[in-house]
Design a protein around this ligand. Structure first.
Ligand SMILES: [Zn+2]
Length: 97
């Protein structure tokens, strides 16, 4: 690994960023689904909007099987940020090599 004093992005800085991102990074693909509920006569069963978005995270689990889970509303923002942290993490790792 060559390092020059003029390096615009010192390795140490990158490593610190990677450590912080890795603490909250979450692997997966976000999809949003809209669903009908079980309440008879609810707007969602007629022309009204369905319920959602329900955040669904899918990812490749062991043996390459795609699996996933729904995210409770109270932590949706956090989960979105964590997924974003994952892609930032990939970006920093590529810059490291
Ligand atoms: Zn409904």
């Amino acid at each position: 690994m060559k390092q020059t004093p003029q390096d615009p992005e010192p390795r140490e800085h990158l490593l610190r960023e990677i450590e912080q991102l890795a603490r909250r990074a979450l692997f997966g693909t976000i999809s949003e689904t809209y669903r009908t509920c079980g309440t008879p006569g609810c707007r969602c069963h007629r022309k009204g909007p369905k319920h959602g978005p329900h955040l669904y995270i899918s990812y490749q689990g062991q043996k390459g099987k795609t699996t996933g889970y729904y995210v409770p509303k109270v932590i949706q923002a956090e989960v979105r940020a964590s997924i974003e942290a994952w892609s930032q993490l990939q970006d920093r790792l590529r810059r490291l090599v």
